[in-house]
Design a binder for this molecule. Sequence first.
Ligand code: NAD
Length: 320
Amino acid sequence: MKRVLVCGAGGFIGGHLVKRLKSEGFWVRGVDVKAHDFSVSAADEFVIGDLRDAQVVNNVLDQRFDEVYQLAADMGGAGYIFTGEHDAQVMHNSALCNLNVLDAAARQKVPHIFYSSSACVYPQGIQTDPEQTGLPEDSAYPADPDSEYGWEKLFSERLYFAYQRNYGIQVHVARFHNIFGPEGTWCGGREKAPAAICRKIAEASDGGEIEVWGDGCQTRSFLYIDECLEGVRRLMESEVSGPVNIGSDERVSINELVEMTAAVAGKNIRVKHIPGPLGVRGRNSDNTYIKDILGWSPQAPLEKGMRQTYAWISQQVSAR
Ligand code: NAD
């Protein structure tokens, strides 16, 4: 049985990844600084540990795993990343996790390591148009991400490729574009747009009003968790190092996402636009490369994922 380590297993994507790996028959050790917020981990072993501490990482990586997935990061949506208040922590915490995990993995001669980078690495100057047609992987340079979170991701991507070059460890780097789904953060300040919109609409009455940051014309694409994991597993089974976009190319404005969610909820909702942290004006995934190298790209319509996500978040709101 193959042995796998998932770092960040108490988080949204890590929690789902553990379930997916278990369904494929892997033996899984999960590690996170906290337990999963919404479900009992499916991991064979779940270690509570801080990956900023090299000794903790050495204890967790005490053997040669067949695969390591490094998803642990200090992260959140626009309300966490773009206010500037958390910049030092975000860079310090996430960089330390990556430095420690990668170094221990190389010492243990782990053959394959996955790293979750982000669409936030792309330069802000090419994301000023809401009609953004898609960000190909090679457009990340010359670099100018719009957040320190993005700069840390870019630094860590380079770190992974340096370890591949110097220590022969095979790395697989994906740039996730706005992953969403059930069992993700939906309140408290770190939630991202799909979860925040689902929560606000679940809390509103029919005919009620919700607040949206900015004019709502900013565009993004959002990828449902199951498709994200399909991409991760396909990438991990390949010889491809990346970086590879794992995202949807179904671009929507935030106003359109609100309309779609209100229709899913069966409610008439008015939008009040208020000032708030926004990020870039237009962002979308370019899936040419992933189709080329993996013969696959995400296809499920956004609305399908929003139905599943809304159902779960409205349950959470009712149970509060
Ligand atoms: P998440 O916040 O739900 O999960 C991250 C997990 O890392 C959390 O459970 C957190 O407790 C853990 N963690 C943070 N610091 C740690 C530490 N010092 N030691 C141990 N664990 C620690 O976020 P997610 O949405 O599941 O994201 C997973 C990864 O994917 C992250 O690296 C994130 O940057 C990346 N990513 C996510 C998205 C997205 O849309 N969700 C987009 C781009 C990239």
